[in-house]
Design a protein around this ligand. Structure first.
Ligand SMILES: [Zn+2]
Ligand SMILES: [Zn+2]
Length: 212
């Protein structure tokens, strides 16, 4: 059984996810933990549950999703994976984080790349990589097909969609990602977004004002 633990970190209220199953292996997706107490909250959960961290995954490279990359890599000795088209997004964080007051941001290099069709394995769980550009050029989602769960990053939110005014963003591309990649997953699929509460594909088809 797949368990999903959500933490909401940093002033941008970013959702950090820990996915684990009954083997107690886990992956950490988009560690937005910036303050020490946020890092400790994440580590305490891992320890309390007795989890073994297998991989660190980024849906995309925006600062609010990657503040904790270096901490997670160092603390758990794991490799960081991102889409090749968002490596530059990740590397640019150091150039602007301090402008927004995040002067203690510590950059971390990716160790591996993930593209559409790749599968991330941990425990008994498989996460299919979906390429979902538009909010960021190399944005990906992690789809647990058997469990009907999408860790969707900043593509589709409850009754909203990701912004497209940042470098590499494109509104039409984002709409295409949602309509052609996310909607076909099926109405029952649960979407865990980068910000805000969990939603479903069916709910967003029905009630998302940006997608009518
Ligand atoms: Zn973003
Ligand atoms: Zn975000």
């Amino acid at each position: 059984m797949l368990h999903i633990q959500t933490f909401t970190f940093n002033p941008l209220a970013e959702n950090t996810y820990v996915l684990y199953d009954d083997t107690l292996e886990c992956v950490i997706i988009d560690p937005g933990c910036y303050e020490r107490d946020e890092q400790e909250t994440l580590a305490a959960f891992i320890e309390e549950k007795g989890l073994k961290v297998m991989k660190l995954l980024n849906t995309h490279g925006h600062f609010d999703h990657v503040f904790g990359n270096a901490y997670v890599k160092r603390t758990f000795g794991v490799s960081l994976f991102i889409h090749p088209l968002d490596e530059a997004t990740l590397r640019s964080v150091i150039t602007y984080a301090s402008i927004y007051g995040f002067v203690r941001y510590e950059p971390a290099e990716p160790d591996g790349l993930l593209e559409e069709g790749d599968v991330v394995y941990f425990g008994n769980t498989q996460l299919k990589v979906l390429f979902l550009p538009g909010h960021a050029p190399g944005h990906i989602g992690f789809y647990a097909e058997k469990e009907g769960v999408l860790i969707g990053g900043d593509v589709l939110f409850q009754h909203s969609i990701g912004r497209t005014d940042l470098p590499g963003g494109d509104h039409q591309t984002l709409l295409r990602s949602i309509r052609e990649k996310v909607f076909p997953l099926g109405d029952a699929v649960k979407v865990y977004p980068g910000h805000g509460p969990m939603t479903t594909v069916g709910e967003e088809k029905r009630a998302n004002p940006y997608l009518q």
